[in-house]
Design a protein around this ligand. Structure first.
Ligand SMILES: Nc1ncnc2c1ncn2[C@@H]1O[C@H](COP(=O)(O)OP(=O)(O)OP(=O)(O)O)[C@@H](O)[C@H]1O
Length: 478
C-alpha cells in the first residue's frame, strides 16, 4: 500500500500538531466573535446588559433562588402591566418581547430565504470567492406590529434589486405585505406587515392647531398619525371611483378647521361635477363653484390675481415666503376631479383654465397658495399638471402603471401596491414620506355626511381674499 505523501514526509506527529493548532485557532476566533457579539449587544441593549450582569452576580454571590424569584416577580409585573395599562404595554413592552421571541427564527431561516429569493450574489467564474448572501443585521418590531429587518446588501445588488424581490421575502415569512425602505448606503429595511391596523374605519380626528405643516388626516400602518402638510406644497389625490378621494378631502378640511375658523386659512373649492361631492360642506369654503366652466375659470383667475398681488407685496418687503396671518390667510384651492375641469369647456375657456392652473401650480407655493386636487385617472388627462404636485397620494388605482405615475418611478416595486388595494378598503392608500423615497401606507379618516354638515356649520363665513373685509353672509358661497 502507498503511503499518504504528507505522512511520508512529516509523519503522524505533524498531522496531530496541525490539527491541534487549527482547533486552537478556531476556538480563539470563536471566542473573539462571541466577545464582539456580546460587546455589540451590550451597546445596543444597555438595559438588558445591566440586568444580565446583575443576574449573574446575584446568582453567584447571593443565591440562585433569589434570581428565580426575581424573574417570576418580573413576569407577574408584566402581566399586571398588560392588564392595567394595555396602551403603554403595547407601546413599550410588546414590541421588545416580540423582537426577542422572533429574532432566533429569523436568524435561522434568513440565509435560506435570502438565497432562495435571490438576495445573493454569485461570483463570476474567474473569481475564487463564494456566493455572498444578504446578511440580516437587526430586527425591530414597531408598536403596530410591523417587523423591520435591517439587511446588509451584498456588493453587486442595488436597492431596486431588493425592491424587486421584497414580495417573495414577505411571502416566505408569511406576511400580508412587504416593502423596502432605504436605511443607509449598503443597508435597507425590509418591512413585513402581519396585522393590518388599517382594516378598521378611522374615526374623524379632532384637530386643535392652526399649523398648516402637519394636518391630521388619518392613520398610518405603523400605528402613527398620518399628517399632511399644506404650507408650501400642492397635493394630488389619485384614485379610482369609490376609492375614497372624498374622505381624504374632507379629512383635510377637518384638519384645517381650526385655521379656517380663526381665519389663518381659507378654501376656494371647485366641483366640476356640479357640487355632488363638495356641495355638502359648502360652509367650509369661502368660495365655491360647481359645474359652470366659465365660473370655475373666473375663480382660478381670481386666485392668480391674489397670487400676483401677494408676490408684488412680498417683493416690496424683501420677503421670499408668505407666512399666513388672519389678515392675509393661506389660500387653498380644492378641485374635485381635476380631469373634468376642462372636459366640457369651450376652447377659449379651456386655454384660460390651463394657463391659470399652470401659474398657480408653478408660482403659488411661495406666496401661500396651495392646490389640492383629486383625480380618477392620473394618466394623460392630467399629465401636464401631475408633476407640479410635490405631494401625491395613491389610493386604489386601476392598474400597476398608475402607481408609478402618481408616486414616481419604482414606487410600486418599493411596496406601494395601490393597484391591489381591496375595494372594501376605501380611504386606504400610499404616500411618500416627505423628502425621502420611502413609502407609507395610510388610511384617511371617514367623515359621514352628518360629520361633514356639522363641520361645515362650525366654520364662520369670511370674505373671500381680494374682496374686502369679513362679512356675515357675503363671504360664504351661496
Ligand atoms: N376613509 C374611509 N373609510 C371608510 N369608508 C370610506 C372611506 N372613504 C370612503 N368610504 C366609503 O366609500 C364610499 C366611496 O367614497 P368616496 O365617494 O369618497 O370615493 P371617491 O373616490 O370620491 O369616488 P368618486 O370618484 O366616484 O367620487 C363612501 O360612500 C364611503 O361609504
Amino acid at each position: 500500500m502507498r503511503e499518504h505523501p504528507q505522512r511520508a514526509q512529516g509523519g503522524l506527529g505533524d498531522d496531530v500538531v496541525s490539527v491541534v493548532v487549527e482547533a486552537a485557532l478556531r476556538a480563539c476566533w470563536l471566542l473573539v466573535r462571541t466577545a464582539w457579539w456580546l460587546a455589540v449587544s451590550a451597546v445596543r441593549h444597555p438595559a438588558a446588559a445591566v440586568v444580565a450582569v446583575l443576574g449573574v452576580l446575584l446568582w453567584r454571590m447571593v443565591s440562585p433562588t433569589l434570581v428565580v424569584a426575581l424573574v417570576v416577580a418580573a413576569a407577574l409585573g408584566l402581566v399586571v402591566w398588560r392588564m392595567v395599562y394595555p396602551a403603554s404595554f403595547g407601546r413599550l413592552v410588546r414590541p421588545r418581547l416580540s423582537q426577542a421571541w422572533r429574532m432566533p427564527a429569523y436568524r435561522l431561516y434568513w440565509p435560506h430565504v435570502a438565497s432562495r429569493c435571490g438576495l445573493v450574489v454569485t461570483p463570476r467564474s474567474e473569481e475564487r470567492t463564494e456566493c455572498e448572501v444578504a446578511k440580516l443585521r437587526r430586527l425591530q418590531v414597531t408598536p403596530a406590529g410591523i417587523e423591520r429587518l435591517l439587511v446588509q446588501v451584498p456588493v453587486g445588488l442595488t436597492f431596486d434589486d431588493v425592491a424587486a424581490r421584497v414580495e417573495a421575502v414577505g411571502q416566505a415569512f408569511g406576511s400580508r405585505s412587504a416593502r423596502v425602505v432605504r436605511a443607509r448606503p449598503g443597508r435597507v429595511w425590509i418591512e413585513l406587515v402581519r396585522r393590518d391596523v388599517l382594516a378598521r374605519v378611522v374615526s374623524p380626528i379632532a384637530s386643535s392647531g392652526t399649523d398648516l405643516a402637519g394636518l391630521p388626516v388619518g392613520l398610518a400602518d405603523d400605528g402613527g398619525a398620518w399628517r399632511m402638510r399644506l404650507s408650501g406644497t400642492h397635493a394630488l389625490i389619485a384614485g379610482a371611483t369609490g376609492s375614497g378621494k372624498g374622505s381624504v378631502l374632507w379629512s383635510l378640511m377637518a384638519g384645517l378647521a381650526p385655521a379656517l375658523r380663526d381665519g389663518w386659512a381659507q378654501v376656494w373649492a371647485i366641483d366640476p361635477k356640479g357640487g355632488m361631492e363638495l356641495g355638502l360642506g359648502r360652509g367650509c369654503f369661502a368660495r365655491f363653484e360647481g359645474g359652470d366652466a366659465e365660473a370655475m375659470c373666473d375663480l382660478l383667475e381670481e386666485a392668480v390675481k391674489v397670487k400676483s398681488e401677494r408676490a408684488a407685496r412680498l417683493a416690496d418687503r424683501g420677503q421670499r415666503l408668505h407666512s399666513p396671518t388672519p389678515d392675509d390667510p393661506h389660500l387653498v384651492i380644492v378641485v374635485d376631479e381635476l380631469a373634468t375641469l376642462t372636459a366640457f369647456a369651450e376652447r377659449a375657456v379651456t386655454r384660460r383654465i390651463d394657463q391659470a392652473m399652470g401659474l398657480l401650480l408653478t408660482q403659488g407655493r411661495a406666496v401661500g397658495i396651495s392646490v389640492v386636487a383629486a383625480v380618477q385617472d392620473p394618466g394623460k388627462d392630467v399629465v401636464t399638471w401631475r408633476d407640479l404636485f410635490p405631494t401625491r397620494i395613491a389610493l386604489r388605482v386601476d392598474n400597476p402603471i398608475q402607481v408609478d405615475m402618481v408616486l414616481g418611478e419604482g414606487a410600486r416595486d418599493s411596496g406601494a401596491r395601490a393597484d391591489e388595494i381591496s375595494e372594501l378598503m376605501p380611504g386606504v392608500g400610499y404616500v411618500r414620506v416627505e423628502g425621502t423615497r420611502a413609502i407609507r401606507r395610510v388610511r384617511a379618516a371617514y367623515l359621514a355626511d352628518d360629520d361633514v354638515v356639522e363641520l361645515s356649520d362650525s366654520i364662520p363665513s369670511h370674505a373671500p381674499l381680494g374682496q374686502g373685509e369679513e362679512t356675515d353672509e357675503g363671504g360664504k358661497a351661496a
